[in-house]
Design a protein around this ligand. Structure first.
Ligand code: SF4
Length: 114
C-alpha cells in the first residue's frame, strides 16, 4: 500500500514537471518568434523609395499618381495574410518585415481580396 502511494506520487510529479517544461518551452519559442518579427519603418530607405505609409488615408494622391483607390496592404498580393496578427503581417516586398493592413506603397499588387 505504501509503495503504491509512493509510485503514484512519483508519477504525478514526473507528469507535472514534464507538462510544465513543455509549456515553458512553447512560451519561450512564441516569445522568440514575436521578437524576430521586425516592423517596417517609414524611415527605411527602401520604404521611402516606394513611398510606404502606415495609413493609406494619409496619401497625397496628387503626388502619388500610381495610387489606386481602395488599395492597401491588407488587399495586396505581397501581404502574407496567413501570418497576419494584430492587424499586421509580413510583407514580401520588404524582407518580410511587418506592415499594417492599413498601409500602402508603390509596390502594391492586386491580391485575392484587392
Ligand atoms: S508591397 Fe503591398 S503589403 Fe507590402 S507595403 Fe507595399 S502595399 Fe503594403
Amino acid at each position: 500500500m505504501k509503495d503504491d502511494i509512493q509510485t503514484r506520487r512519483r508519477n504525478f510529479l514526473r507528469n507535472t514537471l514534464a507538462t510544465g517544461g513543455a509549456v515553458a518551452a512553447a512560451t519561450l519559442l512564441a516569445s522568440r518568434q514575436t521578437q524576430a518579427a521586425e516592423v517596417l519603418s517609414t524611415n527605411d530607405p527602401a520604404a521611402k523609395a516606394l513611398r510606404y505609409v502606415t495609413d493609406v488615408t494619409k496619401i497625397d494622391v496628387s503626388k502619388t499618381p500610381t495610387f489606386k483607390a481602395g488599395s492597401d496592404c491588407g488587399n495586396c498580393a505581397l501581404y502574407v495574410r496567413a501570418q497576419a496578427a494584430n492587424g499586421q503581417a509580413p510583407c514580401g516586398a520588404f524582407a518580410n518585415k511587418l506592415v499594417p493592413a492599413t498601409g500602402w506603397c508603390m509596390a502594391w499588387a492586386k491580391g485575392p481580396t484587392g
